[in-house]
Design a protein around this ligand. Structure first.
Ligand code: C5P
Length: 413
């Protein structure tokens, strides 16, 4: 029985974002934030303070957003931007936020377009500080930030430790990276954190089974699907642990990422966590076979002619072996990647490994699946339901998967 699929939407799609930029050298990174938000489907209104315009110009933002960039509090037209921008916003993010802007907003000042927007809005507000370490750690700045987060419920995102513009050493005060700020904005747009207090475990990537110190067997899994699911779960407010085999992706923002090599290492990490986990998603492409012993030295080409034989031993099936360690009422999702009899094989795995649903996809499609940005999947449920999802980005597939998990959690509080 094939049914329609839940229409996926990422939190930025179709939303109004006011991006405030203040006078810090990190202002150049705000252009990348505006660009990414726009490509994620948001309508981005940028507001630049006088200080910001010392570093970047309104034209840059207009170029990447396709929308006007606002700078003046007092204008000759009747648009009342100081009110309308804030009222129409779904979220307001100030990135970078200087010590001066933070001080002004903690006092409720309204002496430029950005500070009036903060007072006029009822939307969530995300503040991304960027400043010198001494300015950041100064008790006045700390007091102002505390007031914004504790009394006004603003999200204070960052700063991070890293290279700063002045001086050679690293320090606290570096603005979060644009991708991280996009995630903070996404979290603010999701709002209610439906997975707050939930622990989610995701396995991702391939495993590498070592033959000798320099060789291994593995597969082409890129880890993108699992990483994207982990990021989506974090955005929904979950505490997320990602156990991944070797992949070329950076740790997802806010996700506790454990990097392992072999199936045995992945099993050990999963077993440690599974009893506390409310949702587990087995997205890893675990090697079915490995080696009992890894050769201590690099193996040499044999003098003998003929085939070179390696003895493989079966690896543990992580999802199956840890079945009885799952927390009561927890939700478990599996993946099936096949080149033949996709649905039959997937349904067999769904039942045998006792998943709440399984995400099936083909391994032999050029535009989807392994090592691709996109995926074309079918979701299979134990009651016989089958949901065919057309080709879309792995990020959107993650939204669909998380949507089903939220539905299942409603029945299992
Ligand atoms: O490899 P197979 O198609 O059986 O994988 C089905 C599901 O089981 C996937 O969710 C995969 O992550 C999981 N699995 C596992 N440990 C293995 C093999 C598969 O957890 N050794």
């Amino acid at each position: 029985m094939s049914t329609g699929f839940l229409s996926p939407r990422q939190p930025w799609q179709g939303r109004r974002v006011v991006l405030g930029v203040t006078g810090s050298i990190a202002a150049y990174k705000a252009i990348a934030i505006a660009r990414s938000l726009t490509s994620l489907g948001a309508a981005v209104d940028t507001v630049l303070t006088d200080g910001a315009r010392q570093f970047v110009s309104a034209i840059s933002f207009e170029g990447v957003t396709g929308r006007d960039s606002a700078t003046e509090l007092f204008s000759v037209d009747k648009s009342a931007l100081h009110i309308s921008l804030g009222v129409e916003a779904d979220v307001v993010c100030v990135a970078p936020a200087t010590a001066d802007f933070i001080a002004r907003s903690s006092q409720g000042r309204a002496n430029d377009l950005l500070s009036t927007t903060l007072l006029a809005t009822k939307a969530p507000i995300v503040i991304c500080p960027a400043m010198n370490t001494n300015m950041y750690t100064h008790p006045q700045t700390q007091r102002n930030l505390k007031y914004l987060s504790e009394n006004l419920s603003y999200t204070v995102a960052g700063p991070a430790k890293g290279a700063l513009a002045y001086g050679e050493s690293e320090g606290m005060g570096r603005m979060l990276e644009p991708d991280e700020i996009i995630e903070e904005i996404g979290k603010a747009l999701v709002g209610s954190s439906p997975l707050k207090d939930k622990v989610v475990l995701v396995t991702a990537g391939p495993t590498q089974e070592s033959i000798d110190p320099v060789r291994f067997i593995s597969n082409r899994s890129s880890g993108r699907m699992g990483f994207s699911i982990a990021q989506a779960a974090h955005r929904l407010g979950a505490s997320v642990r990602l156990v991944t085999g070797p992949v070329a992706l950076p740790d997802p923002y806010g996700v506790d990422t454990i990097r392992v090599n072999s199936a045995h290492e992945m099993l050990a990490s999963v077993s440690e966590w599974l009893p506390q986990v409310d949702v587990s998603i087995f997205g890893a492409a675990v090697s079915d076979y490995g080696f009992e012993k890894i050769a201590t030295n690099k193996m040499k080409r044999s003098e003998k002619k003929g085939p070179f034989i390696l003895d493989l031993v079966e690896n543990p099936d992580i999802a199956l072996e840890t079945k009885n360690e799952r927390k009561a009422k927890s939700i478990t999702v599996g993946f099936a990647l096949e080149t033949e009899s996709l649905l039959g094989n997937a349904r067999d795995k769904l039942e045998r490994k006792q998943f709440d649903f399984i995400v099936a996809n083909r391994a032999d499609e050029e535009d989807a699946g392994f090592d691709s940005e996109n995926n074309r999947v079918t979701l299979l449920f134990p009651d016989g339901r089958c949901e065919e999802v057309p080709l879309m980005s792995k990020h959107l597939v993650s939204e669909i998967i998380m949507g089903h998990i939220l539905e299942l959690l409603k029945d299992r509080p």
